[in-house]
Design a protein around this ligand. Sequence first.
Ligand SMILES: Cc1cc2nc3c(=O)[nH]c(=O)nc-3n(C[C@H](O)[C@H](O)[C@H](O)COP(=O)(O)O)c2cc1C
Length: 399
Amino acid sequence: MKLQTNLLAPEEASRVYGRRGGRRVLHAMLPTGAYDWLRGYRLRFNASEVGRGWHGLVARLLGLTARSGVLSGLHYTLFSREFDREHRAVLAARARHVEDVYAGRGNLYMLRRNIHRIEKGLIMKPARPIFALAMIEETVRAFGDCLLRAPAGQAQDIVSLQWADQILQAYFERVDSHPIVARARAAYDAIIARDAATVADTRARVPFKRGSPDGLPSIEAMEAMALHRRSVRWYLDRPVPRDVIDRAVDVAGYSPTACNRQPFRFEIFDTPEAVSRVGAIPKGTPGWLHQIPCFLVIIGKFEAFRFERDRHIPYIDGCLAAMSLIYALEAQGVSSCCVNFPDYADTERRMAETLGLPPWERAVMCLAIGYPDPDEPVPFSQKLPLESLRRYNHFGTPG
Ligand SMILES: Cc1cc2nc3c(=O)[nH]c(=O)nc-3n(C[C@H](O)[C@H](O)[C@H](O)COP(=O)(O)O)c2cc1C
């Protein structure tokens, strides 16, 4: 594969990386000299006595507003709409989640969460004679709904359903009798009478004892990996084989996620045209986009959650998985650089349009991937010392 240099046409490049909003309008309207003078004037104003006073006043007003939920809400209604996109994604996701659950479509993420909570119940000490009464019927119903959808849905849903089936069996074998359990059991038996073949499985997916840690990387090997991994932005003109990427994605899939929902997926682009089209959207790649061999977008699946309190989880889980992915790439000689996905209206819209994302999915972060060019340096990027990264047993008062 010969990577083409600068696949972005000049007008496209200026649209992607250029000024936005009011600055764009001013830049288009004013002669170059006038725009530069205005820019210089703004910088001089910021550095002046008056400018410092003005910014101090703004900081005090913002600080006061931040003390009240109502005032903060008003601020983000009247003066800034920057949270709109997140609000809309979270609401669309809630609507999708509730519709899945109550219209009988089944929400696989809700099923995975509940099944995980039950498998945690199975390993509790001391063993509890009865648990999960508040959710067992909901879980069995979700199991049945997801199973009904399974033949038409994603084939990969089946492993989740096989796992769910085994955990439900283990639960019913373990817990004491109770009217709620009896009702759930009857519903489960009816589902299995209908769909036993779909979830038939030879692999055990119930709580197990882990094997010995022999053969795992030593702390020295982990430290060497951490020191060696750097954000690499210059790559060899060499494609990254898909089996290398897939192996790393497989490792990433073993990362911890909240209640094991795994509310993300990776969209991967590995042709020069596709990389330049998608890689330009987040804006963090000017100057080096043209030689990125592979570009990955982490998509957060917000429909996995019903409540606003969980709105950060797709970001957290997606990025925990990204770190595993980055190390798994490095372990195969492939480097990468995270690329920020800033919450701008135009980047969000372009990513949604380009990737065909529904309103309840958002890009979380991107990753440029390629074989490192050994002749090119990487930034030093001084890390913080251990002392400023952690404290033990510290308590304090807010403020
Ligand atoms: C969330 C995130 C967003 C980033 N966005 C960009 C980006 O848009 N462009 C870029 O060149 N580097 C980006 N980086 C790379 C950082 O600049 C880099 O990780 C940091 O300077 C530390 O350097 P190191 O990764 O070599 O240790 C990003 C890193 C993270 C974690």
